[in-house]
Design a protein around this ligand. Structure first.
Ligand code: SPV
Ligand code: MG
Length: 432
């Protein structure tokens, strides 16, 4: 009887590297190719350009493939249990942490019954590299990037978004992947925070940094990343201006703008009632939302309305009334904000809102109520969680510490052990 051989592909394009794996696998027995599901591709690798079904079809057509299996998780427990393969064939590119975790998982499972892992030298060729580069470039195209936020909401239980304010922070959010036991994970989207964008420019978060400059930040991020972007649009400004902002962002490939229902001189919400802040009237804000929706040209751009009632201590009733009014006016999502330490009022809002509205996406920013988990938020109906300022808050103390150490010691030797090496910094950014 032929031996059972299994190999898993998470790709949109079959290139010579994959064909080589199949050729080698065929020598061992009957080949089943695994196709990783869309949601798992997103966590482990990147957003797929083809659906799971299309990728199944693509693999079925590869000469030498006997059958195709849909692999639901990047770890191999289920597939090994169901197929009991004699061999698992895999490229030998186990360099990063996530790949190492997968290798450990495969070996552990196969060792239990004497199955074998067969490693095939990874194909590094100009053609393979070109295919990879082209796939990434496609993901960065404005039309594709813009549409991806809505798709993500259908594919993952909660979309995890992290703040970025430069090309470098964009790269961190684009590339950081963690392996934690059974799970591999990464952020799915990016938030261009007004607080961090302003702070990085040494300016207060009061709508002082003009849109030309904010768009420049978006462009810096977009040039080096592929993940979808949510733009913090502050109050959205005058309705007459807001419509142009919507058009510009949409054209650039931004997926969503969040505007908050405040008027006059905007201050950061986390000040709450410590500073003078004025909430806009429901009527005015609804007009702004409707005008924005009329201005947009595509179906996939989203205008998300942010409610400041809890921040400004106007009560839950007011928050809910506004939420429903904003949805009625055309908002594609609701962001509810709070500066309490506990998540209770946010969760209560979500539960109450979901009693009558099961569909409209809810966005939250747990900066103060940071003990709440993604699972809890998702269980209460939240669709998008934004980690709005953590990268910048991590960077500032580290940089200040380096500056102090140099000044105190009159040399850079003492701080060096806390820094990334010179080799690392000069090779951090790949050349084309
Ligand atoms: C931002 O990141 O700029 C936000 C979220 O608007 S908050 O700072 O909490 O207001
Ligand atoms: Mg802001």
């Amino acid at each position: 009887m032929s031996k059972k051989v299994y190999t898993c592909f998470c790709t949109d394009v079959i290139h010579e590297g994959h064909l080589n794996i199949i050729r080698e696998a065929e020598k061992l027995g009957d080949v089943t190719v695994g196709v990783l599901t869309d949601s798992e591709m997103i966590r482990y690798n990147r957003f797929p350009l083809k659906t799971t079904e299309e990728r199944v079809e693509m693999c079925r057509e590869i000469p030498g493939v006997k059958s195709v299996y849909i692999q639901n998780t990047i770890m191999y427990d289920q597939v090994v249990k169901e197929l009991n393969p004699d061999y698992i064939v895999h490229g030998d590119n186990w360099s990063d942490e996530s790949m190492k975790a997968i290798k450990r998982n495969i070996l552990e499972l196969l060792n239990k019954y004497g199955g074998k892992l067969v490693e095939i030298p990874y194909t590094y060729s100009p053609e393979v590299e070109k295919t990879d580069r082209q796939t990434r470039q496609k993901l960065a195209m404005p039309e594709l990037r813009r549409a991806r936020l809505k798709k993500l909401m259908r594919l993952v239980p909660i979309v995890k978004v992290c703040e970025v304010h430069s090309g470098l922070t964009g790269l961190i959010v684009e590339k950081t992947v963690v392996a934690d036991g059974e799970a591999i994970d990464q952020f799915e989207a990016m938030w261009i925070s007004s607080l961090c964008d302003s702070t990085d420019k040494g300016k207060p978060d009061i709508e002082l940094v003009d849109l030309t400059s904010r768009f420049r930040t978006i462009n810096d991020v977009m040039e080096v990343t592929t993940k979808p972007i949510i733009f913090d649009g502050d109050t959205g400004g005058l309705t007459e201006h807001f419509v142009y902002t919507v058009r510009s962002l949409e054209r650039m490939g931004v997926s969503a703008i969040i505007i908050e229902d405040k008027t006059g001189l905007k201050k950061n919400s986390l000040f709450g009632t410590e500073v003078q802040q004025t909430q806009d009237s429901i009527e005015n804000f609804c007009e702004k939302i409707s005008a924005g929706k009329k201005a947009q040209l595509s179906d996939d751009f989203m205008i998300i309305a942010r409610i400041e009632s809890l921040i400004l201590e106007q009560g839950m009733e007011d928050a809910l009334k506004r939420a429903h009014a904003y949805v009625e006016a055309g908002a594609d999502g609701i962001m509810i904000h709070s500066r309490r330490k506990e998540p209770d009022e946010i969760l209560l809002f979500c539960d109450s809102f979901r009693e009558t509205d099961k569909e409209t996406p809810i966005v939250v920013v747990p900066s103060s109520f940071n003990t709440v988990t993604e699972k809890e938020l998702s269980d209460h109906g939240v669709n998008i969680v934004i980690y709005a300022n953590q990268l910048l808050r991590a960077a500032y103390p580290a940089m200040e510490n380096a500056a102090k150490s140099i000044l105190l010691h009159h040399r850079a030797h003492e701080i060096d052990r806390s820094l990334m090496s010179i080799k690392e910094i000069i090779t951090l950014i790949d050349e084309f």
